[in-house]
Write a protein that binds this ligand. Sequence first.
Ligand code: ATP
Ligand code: MG
Length: 490
Amino acid sequence: AGNLYHALLRAAAGAGDRLFLDTGDARSIAYSELDRRVAAVASALLAAGIKPGDRVAAQVEKSPEAVLLYLASLRTGAIFLPLNSAYTTAEIKGFVDDSEPALLVCDPKDEAACQGLAPALLTLGADGGGSLMAAATSDAPAVADRDAEDLAAILYTSGTTGRSKGAMISHRALGENARALVDLWRWTTDDILAHALPINHVHGLFVGLHLPLLTGSTIRFLPRFDADAVIAALDGATAMMGVPTFYTRLLDSPGFTRELAGNMRIFISGSAPLLPQTFAAFAERTGHAILERYGMTEAGMIASNPYDGERLAGTVGYPLPETEARIGGGGAGPGVLEIRGPGLFSGYWRMPEKTAEEHTADGWFITGDVATIAEDGRISIVGRAKDLIIAGGYNIYPREIELLIDAVPGVAESAVIGVPHPDLGEAVVAVVTTQPGAALSEESVRDAIAPSLARFKQPRRVLIVPSLPRNAMGKVEKARLRAEHAALFR
Ligand code: ATP
Ligand code: MG
């Protein structure tokens, strides 16, 4: 009864011939056939020797069959371990050595390179081809018994601040988090979600699939973010989930109009901070206030702006029901956010010391994000503890400076980092991209923000660059920027 699969498939029984995944072609999957299709893939997993508790690692392109693979892993009682398709074979080897899956599912083009990495190897292509689907039979093995505390998945963190860690996530944590979000965001059977997120991460895999499954509603399933395809999918849809770059790219498209968003009831953003300018431009274009929420691999969704109340740009709203948040050390100003609640992970895979390190003595999880909590409980993420700059003995939060720079006319976006400096220890450096046609210089940016910033926070250098390095989840890779500019003051 503890197997999340039961909860996820419950609504399918009442969904009639409604589509679960709408791909716009013959690969769509209806709720009425969902369990049968999942069971067929489960039979392939059993034939590959998978038993409850085994890890099933998958580095595959986003496809309807990849969704079936995830659900089949749950159904079999295995632990699903999705790997970013951007990782190289050498990186995959590292993750596989760490997680020791019983089965690795890879793209057919990587079959030779992945040979021998795991006891069993199957392939799944973006088109659904490969040995996994070929091994599916019409057997319908029973849904494996699982305790709610058993692991459903191990997801590696995005590696934004350092080495990725495997977060162990239980059936219970996934179920609790998804049910809370259905209530909070008022998800119903009638929703139609435009889904353009990758499915190897909490956002696209858990939030993006579980809410529709729990309510028996439809997903317009897109292989990736493509502005024109998303614009087409939004026509008649009711909901979208995205990372901030999705929204800036939509705003860059003249085809993205107020009329198009006419049927939409909710645009959700997360995984990285949404710029207040994006929030404002989006509201002006569409009349919609983007609902920003905050989460992480280790905790699922933690906080969300309200559905009915005011959605405030630059804040991530209130903790989810039954989730508690506090600022570590109890100080009044910004500090590291600590949380407690039902959506939390069960620890880092094979890193008991790291797990202990990231929890307080009284059992709260230390997020590593620096935040403030307002009187009324509203949370604002100020930055990451690891991005904190200590210059000449002063603590400086890059986000404060980034917000000012981003508001300078002609600036597209910015990242503020600390770079080794002989006198100060670290010096503040701003890396800035400009809007097309804007004539900005180091001096003009510095002059524009100088009146609003204490002297010690002002960037020593402003570097104008063509683009900021981002990882697969749209997060700016500050570690890479710091390494790139490490010699600036030497
Ligand atoms: P790693 O832990 O490996 O360094 P990561 O923290 O980026 O990588 P994820 O778990 O994918 O890996 O991302 C969670 C982080 O994303 C959060 O800790 C937070 O810093 C950031 N984040 C998510 N949503 C928001 C948001 N709405 N605003 C600001 N930051 C956000
Ligand atoms: Mg993290």
